[in-house]
Ligand binder design. Sequence first.
Ligand code: PMV
Length: 323
Amino acid sequence: MTTTISVPGKLILMGEHAVVYGRPCLVTAVNPRMIVKAEILNESVFKLEAPDVNISQYQKSITDIGSGEIPKEAKFAEIALYNFSQKYKIEKGINIITQSDFSSNSGFGSSAATVVGVMKAVAESLSVKLTEKELFDLSYKTVVDVQGIGSGFDIAAAVYGGTIYFKNTGEVTESLTADGMNLVVGYSGIKADTVEMVKLVSVKKKNYSSGIEKIFDNISGLVDEAKRAISEKDWVRLGTLMNYNQNYLEDLGVSTDKLNLMIEAAQKTGAYGAKLSGAGGGDCMIALVAPKNRENVSQAIKRAGGEIIEVSVNAEGVKAENI
Ligand code: PMV
């Protein structure tokens, strides 16, 4: 019996970096999704296939998971299984296959989606009922175990789906109604290193503490206003707030020339607002648009060297698929 789980990707709308320091952010779950398949085996081994990250025929004894050499690309899946096994006994073996429709290179949250998908797929195959909160907590622990840092906003998007106001490693996760929100997503062609970018900001914060804290506070204010703008479907206002947020991200030094070009191109061709999305240093920018402007803005982003990635926002959270 194979259990099939699908998990959405994510895009952060506002509040990146500041959210690492207790401020709020806004995140939306997106399709395309990641598919995770799990199958219980009679022999006591963990097998993993993850073609997106070039892992094939990886296997080790269930009793050894979480220890010894773990290839970088297998870490999120293996540590997810390990953390699950610390809470719920795994007496048999398990075969896991992960595959996403989104490129693992573009900042759509493939690590978070892998962790949530593996955790959920293993739980379902062993008939363990995890509450959403338990799934969030075990998954967040896994991300912190593997990469040392992370606010958990991407885990929240994967678990709960929709558009979320998120704060304090999940103490606040408020679902917002954001239908009618239209985004154009442009990929800069450069893979961002989230951990490096978070470190860069942490060094700045150490050296220029009061200035950087002020930037975080200002971003926090923008996020709170943006939450209201979303509930009022005031896209003009939301776009302006996104532009302001981008200015602060530039102040933090996480935007790039290429992202700036793509963002300006969108702003000049009628987007309500545009900004980078995620850690910066590469990955994607997003532009909030009226449907009638989508084509114009997309063409302008392409002329600035970006690749348009089609997404649908407000996607459903992790779920079992009947395939
Ligand atoms: O690079 P992404 O898309 O995973 O976004 C990172 C967002 C940060 O706020 C910089 C880090 C975090 O964990 O919140």
